[in-house]
Structures are given as C-alpha cells and as structure tokens.
Design a protein around this ligand. Structure first.
Ligand SMILES: Nc1ncnc2c1ncn2[C@@H]1O[C@H](COP(=O)(O)OP(=O)(O)O)[C@@H](O)[C@H]1O
Ligand SMILES: Nc1ccn([C@H]2C[C@H](O)[C@@H](COP(=O)(O)O)O2)c(=O)n1
Length: 283
C-alpha cells in the first residue's frame, strides 16, 4: 500500500470480485433494454431485475404502511445531485431527502467520512455500516407526502461504495460478507423499493472540477482515479446493467452541462421524473 504524506492512499482498481451476493447478477440483469428519448434523456428499464411490486406479504412496510412513489437521484460524487434536489424542492410539492452527510461527518464527535478518506482500509467498514443504517432510516422514514425524492439510496451505497472498497482491496472479505448479509436481510425483509432512478450522467473530469470548487474538507484527498472507479461502477450498474440488480427504471440525464442547460433538461423531463408510475415511456 502506498503511503502519501502519512496517509494511506487508495488502490482503486484491483481485480473484480463478486462473491457473497445473494442476488443473481449478470445473467439476470442482462435482459435490460434501452431506448433514446426525444428530450435527450435515455431510459433503461430492466423488468426482470426489479424488486417485486407490491412487496411480498410479511415484508416490513414503510412506516405507516402508506404507498408512495420514491425517486432516487443517483450519480458520482459532485455530479450535481444536491443541486438537482434543491431545484425540485423549490418547484414541486414533494418530500426531498438529501443524503445525511452531516451525520456521516459527525457521529458523537467522530467523523467517519473524514476517517475513511484518510485510511479507507481501516475505516471503510465503519463508514459504510453507518451509511447503510442512515440510508435505511431515509427509506423507511414516515412521510405525509405522496412522493419522495431521495439523494442516492441504500442500493447505491452497497452496489457502488461498498463494492468499490471491496474491489479495490480496501475492505477485507469478512467485512464485505457481514455488510452483504445485513444488506440482503434488509432487501428481503424491509420495503426499500424505488420507483424511478434518475441517473445524473457525468464524466469523472466534470465531477473532479465540481468537487474542487465545492471544496469539502474531507474530500481534498480524493484523486481522479477514485472518481473514475465510482463512475465505472455506476455505468456497469445503471447503463450496462450487468453487475447488480437495478431496483427501478432508469432515466439518464446528461449532466455535464452548465446549470442553465441542466435546468432545461429537468424541465423537459419534469413529467417523466414526477410521474414514475407512468411507464408509457418505458420499453
Ligand atoms: N450543472 C452544473 N454546472 C456547474 N456546477 C454545478 C452544476 N451542478 C452542480 N454544480 C456545482 O458543483 C458542486 C457539486 O454539486 P452538488 O449538487 O453538491 O453535487 P452532489 O450532491 O452530486 O455531490 C457544487 O459546488 C455545485 O454548486
Ligand atoms: N455510500 C456512500 C455514499 C457517499 N459516500 C461519500 C462520497 C462523498 O464524499 C460523500 C457525499 O457524497 P456526494 O453527495 O457528495 O456525492 O459521501 C461514501 O463514501 N459512501
């Protein structure tokens, strides 16, 4: 392991390892199909990899047992997810839930996010255990709104970030196995269903630029290779759909553009984003 300025650095792209997942992976999800939409957004829909809808009897329901639509905004670090949520929060009467990053930066005076960036092999499991809990709390939080828009999901926490730690050699197999067992139990027993994924598709270069502009203290250590690895895992999961189950139809928004153009795309896709039950545009 390389050491830089006293900090452990990352080895991001170690060989691919996929044991331990209770989910069928490549063979099942390869039936995903895609089409180009006139608005410039691409849609990917994979019926066979969706979670059952409604959830099977016996599964713990969201608090209150109410039925609501859940839209998850997925994308690389600094791709513009929070900005997207802020835009829809201003213009729409829906519940908007940002990622609980403040919790990840401060749990009883400790900063697991910062620790993870300083030494991923030591603190990766700590951070991801806490993220899995806080994302579960997000999914199951009671709400009086019929629609919820969330930043990321418990699914991407597992399929992107835990996976990256494991594949890059920064998470021991035993830690990965424990988190996977927890995740599989949650999937099988708690309703964490999603109705639409909006994937903000950016180049890693764009994210690197935005990350530097945002200048979050803990993220100053992030190298370009890390954003490339996270980008690659998103592409496999949501575009090629050949790594892990995709829990909902995917609407792809090309998000490298400046804010004015992005907002135009949000407007053009407003109905698709806010009517996830309308599958007319799906294959
Ligand atoms: N389309 C855009 N063009 C230029 N800068 C953007 C755009 N979208 C977001 N930003 C800026 O990039 C940074 C990261 O955006 P943010 O929404 O916080 O990303 P995320 O929530 O995905 O990490 C912020 O400083 C934000 O103001
Ligand atoms: N499961 C996760 C989710 C997020 N992170 C990190 C990545 C960023 O540094 C930070 C917040 O993400 P953003 O909203 O800015 O994309 O949390 C992680 O390590 N694991």
């Amino acid at each position: 392991m390389l050491v830089l300025k006293g900090l452990r650095t990352w080895s991001f792209l170690a060989g691919s390892r996929y044991p331990g997942s209770a989910w069928p992976t490549r063979a099942l999800v390869q039936s995903g199909r895609r089409k180009k939409l006139s608005s410039g957004a691409r849609e990917h829909y994979c019926t066979t990899s969706r979670f059952p809808d409604p959830p099977p009897a016996g599964k713990l329901q969201k608090s209150g047992g109410e039925t609501k639509s859940v839209i998850c905004i997925e994308g690389n670090i600094a791709s513009g997810k929070t900005t997207c949520l802020e835009y829809f929060a201003k213009t729409t009467n829906i519940e908007v839930l940002e990622e609980p990053v403040a919790k990840w930066r401060n749990i009883r005076g400790h900063n697991p996010l910062g620790l993870m960036y300083q030494d991923a092999a030591r603190w990766g499991i700590t951070l991801q255990t806490y993220i899995q809990l806080t994302m579960l709390q997000r999914h199951t939080r009671p709400s009086r709104y019929p629609m919820r828009m969330m930043e990321r999901s418990i699914h991407s926490a597992k399929y992107i970030f835990v996976e990256n730690l494991y594949q890059s050699g920064n998470m021991p197999e035993v830690d990965y196995a424990v988190l996977t067992e927890w995740f599989n139990w949650i999937v099988e027993n708690i309703d964490i269903s999603v109705d639409l994924i909006v994937y903000l598709h950016t180049s890693p270069e764009t994210c690197y630029k935005r990350l530097k502009e945002r200048c979050r203290e803990e993220e100053k250590l992030i190298p370009m290779e890390y954003l490339e690895a996270i980008h690659h895992l998103h592409e496999e999961w949501l575009i090629q759909q050949n790594s892990f189950p995709v829990p909902a139809p995917v609407l792809v928004i090309e998000a490298d553009d400046d804010l004015t153009k992005i907002i135009r795309q949000y407007e053009e896709n407003r109905t698709r984003i806010l009517t996830p039950s309308n599958k007319q545009w799906c294959l």
